[in-house]
Design a protein around this ligand. Sequence first.
Ligand code: HEM
Length: 127
Amino acid sequence: MAKKDISERKDIELMVSSFYKEVLNDDVIGYLFTEVVKLDFDHHMPIMYDFWESVLLGGRNYSGNPMTPHFNLHEKESLKETHFERWIKLWEQTIRNHFEGPKANEAISRAKQIAGLMQFKIIGLNN
Ligand code: HEM
């Protein structure tokens, strides 16, 4: 059966919650979310939904700076290229598993752009 594209809030919620299921079980980056930061997911998930709704569907609920928590994380535990590579791999797999279409492609390309910028700001070119 053909997959649908991302078109509404509930798609964003499925995309992000499915991604976090993978992240939490992941042997390369999972511990950053569960041990280094010990995230409160009831608090964190709606923020992520709002962020991605703003990026993909023009939602207006996210107000924050997505870079800042990652600088803080990097001070606690040094982020490496391998962490970013795994994050992107899980993101791309999750989206391809559930969706297809222009918005699904955009979710992947925007994440790669942001991850590239984040990596550049946090670890620079020499890593
Ligand atoms: C190595 C890759 C990454 C890791 C390990 C990581 C980890 C985390 C963690 C632990 C938090 C919660 C921090 C806190 O609340 O104290 C967080 C927040 C967040 N992350 Fe990431 N992240 C990564 C890459 C990305 C990328 C590529 C994006 C966007 C495309 C992203 C978007 C966000 C957003 C929007 C928040 C919430 C910001 C806010 O609270 O306003 N992350 N991340």
